[in-house]
Design a protein around this ligand. Structure first.
Ligand code: GP9
Ligand code: MN
Length: 635
């Protein structure tokens, strides 16, 4: 009864973990503007520093001497605080987290200049307070702190808790953001879900894997690749060569826009009235057999394909995994022609690692969120609405040196396809899938935005001197909505139909050219964008390694490979490990597809060799020769 209650003694390890934990969570809110949308995200943010801290401080439990253990704890705390602090300062400049490649990109830090000190505040000293407290504890040994050698059993229990914490965190993150790691989303999203230090570990892992593959590659690997590419290189269409020479190039990437909405209705309502009018416009070529070739990198993959005429990767986003490779891009070729080149997208610049990649691809300027004014009611779903985005983009274009190339990325038609009431021009569909039901409305909204965009370009006096290319980046309706899709399409969605649903619209609009008038049924894919655009602009075709062909050339192979190995020929579709007759949509003899299967696999394998080995660094696109060793590949 009268036994005195004594406070259990604390270990310096626990104290250090608690300090850093609190400090990291505070920094998430105070220093990094991490956007929290719901309670679950707040919970994940709160627990995400823990697993790494338990692990790294757990090492101290193996240290037997008190003095050494204290030293380890203090040094570890200091190092982690410096990492946290460096990220904070970096974030104040770049609104982004540090990545390993960025650390070595000294030109990035050049931007900091002498003003670095201005971005360090005196209140930052508070972040180092706990280290002083830890030193004081180690020196003064206060009574509430005790040192005990850790037994084997206790250590085991400790690390079990550590592992459990890690998987608990990862599990919650995966439910909140499926395929978080394989899709290697935005860095902010990674930090938000797995914590700053785990994010750094993951970044180091990605980087070392990439460096190893790169280190093992040599220029001889290019010989086979180049032979293959040479064999499929064709003469571009001469009648269209240079028809848009010297004009501005405006590429609009239509978010999640599939081809099935074009010239189609939903419960009697037209879905894309403006785009439909272009399909019959005499200055517009519209393709209805154009396929997206993206994978997990979604939008960023479609951008990668546009600039390189290479395929993206089967796993992960090449924008993240191979952002530092040598590439010979569409943008480079336009820079050489004297174009002012830019990308425009009203989102965080680091989303999909765009800021880093665009610089590598040669874009002169990236107009991202801070370049736009998102007024009251001008944001919905993922961010700025397409109508004000496109309008303000035209304002930016007015200021550009001519000729310019601008790539614009729309956003409103993005899953989950939400709209404000005033932007709903048609009703929802009536299937069991809310996603599909709303999709028609957001597509209809983007169609309106494009119509207004054309008007703005005309008013700005830019239209006449420009060629406008538009294409859908990837599907908007995944196979999870097959029941609803089959209701809409009024047929069963077989693997054949699913493959056909990978078609996205493609438009080339050249004012006053008379190039169009009726739908063009040529078979093409996104890898064909680069050579096709270069031919229209009359850009001197270099010898850069690419898998695409000019869409309008008579010599075009009419063979489209999707990134997952499915393919489409003039008569056949290979999908779901089945060969389909295109005309009937029925399964047919696999033998018919066999030669194409081999070719598709070969092409994708060569592509991956290029990217994993960073092989283009051995290649001179000007003359098709290997660099370093003076060997002409064509021989
Ligand atoms: C984000 C936008 C959407 O900036 O491009 O990306 P997605 O999810 O379609 O890949
Ligand atoms: Mn997209």
């Amino acid at each position: 009864m009268n036994k005195k209650w004594t406070m259990p003694k604390l270990s310096i390890v626990i104290i250090a973990i608690a300090f850093l934990w609190i400090k990291t969570v505070v920094s998430y809110y105070a220093s990094f503007s991490i956007n929290i949308e719901n309670v679950m995200q707040a919970i994940i943010l709160f627990i995400n520093p823990l697993s790494f801290l338990l692990l790294i401080f757990g090492v101290a439990l193996f240290i037997k001497k008190e003095k050494n253990r204290n030293l380890y704890v203090i040094i570890t705390s200091a190092v982690l605080t410096i990492i946290l602090f460096s990220n904070m300062v970096f974030y104040r400049f770049f609104n982004d987290f540090i990545t390993l490649p960025v650390l070595f990109q000294t030109n990035n830090f050049g931007d900091l200049g002498g003003s670095a000190l201005e971005n360090i505040y005196w209140t930052d000293a508070l972040y180092f307070l706990d280290i002083i407290v830890l030193i004081a504890i180690a020196k003064m040994k206060p009574s509430f702190v005790a040192f005990k050698e850790t037994t084997k059993i206790n250590r085991r229990a400790y690390f079990l808790v550590t592992i459990a914490t890690f998987f608990f965190n990862l599990g919650l993150a995966e439910t909140e953001r499926p395929q978080l790691l394989t899709r290697t989303f935005d860095r902010e999203m990674l930090v938000k879900n797995i914590g700053l230090n785990n994010y750094h570990l993951y970044d180091i892992y990605l980087q070392s894997k990439q460096s190893a593959q790169r280190a093992l590659a040599d220029s001889s690997e290019l010989v086979d690749v180049n032979n293959y590419v040479e064999a499929k290189s064709i003469e571009p269409a001469s009648d269209l060569h240079g028809i848009a020479e010297g004009k501005n190039l405006i590429v609009v990437k239509l978010e999640s826009t599939q081809n099935f909405v074009i010239n189609n209705e939903m419960n009697g309502e037209v879905i894309t009235p403006f785009l439909n009018s272009l399909t019959e416009d005499e200055d517009t070529i519209y393709l209805d057999n154009f396929y997206h070739q993206t994978e997990q990198g979604k939008t960023s993959d479609s951008e990668f394909i546009l600039d390189n005429s290479l395929y993206p990767l089967g796993r992960g986003a090449v924008f993240f995994t191979h952002s530092g490779n040598e590439y010979h891009t569409l943008t480079d070729s336009l820079n050489k022609e004297g174009y002012f080149t830019s990308a425009m997208h009203a989102n965080n610049k680091s989303f999909w690692n765009r800021d880093i990649v665009y610089e590598n691809f040669g874009y002169d300027r990236f107009y991202s969120l801070p370049d736009y004014t998102v007024g009251e009611g001008e944001a919905v779903n993922w961010g700025m609405k397409d109508i004000p985005f496109l309008q303000q983009s035209v304002e930016h274009m007015k200021e550009m040196e001519k000729p310019f190339y601008s790539k614009l990325i729309t956003l409103t038609n993005h899953h989950p396809f939400y709209l404000d009431e005033e932007d709903k021009f048609i009703d929802e569909y009536d299937s069991n899938s809310g996603t599909l039901n709303r999709y028609f409305q957001t597509v209809r909204y983007t169609d309106e935005a494009i119509k207004e965009f054309f008007t703005s370009l005309k008013e700005a006096g830019i239209y006449e001197d420009s060629v406008i290319v538009m294409y859908g980046d990837h599907y908007g309706i995944s196979e999870n909505h097959n029941v609803a899709m089959s209701q809409y399409m009024d047929k069963e969605i077989t693997p054949f139909e699913s493959a056909q649903l990978q078609r996205v619209p493609f438009f080339v609009h050249v004012p006053g050219s008379g190039i169009g008038g009726e739908t063009n049924h040529s078979l093409a894919g996104q890898v064909d964008l680069k050579p096709t655009i270069q031919n229209l602009l009359g850009v001197e075709s270099d010898k850069s390694i690419q898998f695409g062909q000019d869409i309008f050339s008579e010599e075009n192979d009419n063979f489209v490979i999707l990134r997952d190995g499915r393919f489409i020929t003039e008569d056949l579709v290979w999908a779901g490990e089945t060969c389909w007759d295109k005309e009937t949509g029925e399964a047919t003899d696999t033998e018919l597809c066999a030669p194409f299967i081999e070719r598709a696999n070969e092409e994708l394998a060569y592509n991956d060799e290029i990217i994993y080995g960073d092989l283009l660094r051995f290649y001179d696109p000007e003359n098709g020769r290997l660099l370093e060793e003076d060997v002409t590949i064509e021989e």
